[in-house]
Ligand binder design. Sequence first.
Ligand code: AMP
Length: 212
Amino acid sequence: MRLVVFGPQGAGKGTQSQKISEKFGVPSIATGDIFRWAISSGSDLGGKVKSFVESGRMVPDDLTIEVIRHRLSEDDCEAGFLLDGFPRNLHQADALDAILAEQGLKLDGALALEVPQEVSERRILGRRMCSQCGRNYHIDTPPADGWTCDACGGKVVRRQDDEDDDKVRERLRLYYEQTEPLKQRYAEGGILREVDGVGTTHEVFARITAVL
Ligand code: AMP
C-alpha cells in the first residue's frame, strides 16, 4: 500500500495515520514529525527548518522533497508506506510521482479527511502532543495519567505552532490555498478517497477501512 493522507490541520491525520499504519503494517511517515524531531535533537536538518516550523510557515520544497526521497529509500518502505503531511502542494506532488516512477512505482491511494474549518480550528486549539513519540491527544481526551504519554511515558505538551491563533489560521489558509487543490489531481488520477472526518476516532477509522 502506497498512500498519501491529507486534510486540514486538526482533521485527525496523525491519529488516523497511526491506526492505518498499525492495521496495514506500513510505516507512517509524517514530515511534521521528522522536522520536530530534527529540531529537538539539534541536527543540521533541525537548524535549517526550525524558523519555518516554529512560525507555521512551509519548509522550502527542495529541502522537504530531499527528506522524503531519503526516507522512502529506507528498507521499511519496500512493502509500502503512508505519507502524512506530504505532499502539501502541486510541486511536491509532482516530485513524489517522480521519486516513485524512478523505481517503477506509483501511489495506490490518496485519502482526504474532510472536516469543516470551525471543527479543525477547535481541534487544533485543544490539541496536545507527546514531546517524545509524537502521539496526539486532545484536552477532552487526555492521557490516563496526567499529562504523561500512555504509549511511552513522555511529557504531553502543546505544540509551539499551535499556541497562537493567528499562526493556526495562517496554516489553515495555506492548506486551502496550496494543498486542497491536490484533491482534483488525485481525483483525475482515479485514486482519491474522501472520508468524513467528523466523529469519534473509531467512527472515522471505520469509514477509512471501508474505502481502503
Ligand atoms: P504538521 O505536523 O504536518 O502540521 O507540520 C508542521 C510544520 O512542519 C508545518 O507547519 C511546516 O512548517 C512543516 N512541514 C510539514 N510538512 C511539510 C511539507 N510537506 N512541506 C513544507 N513544510 C512542511
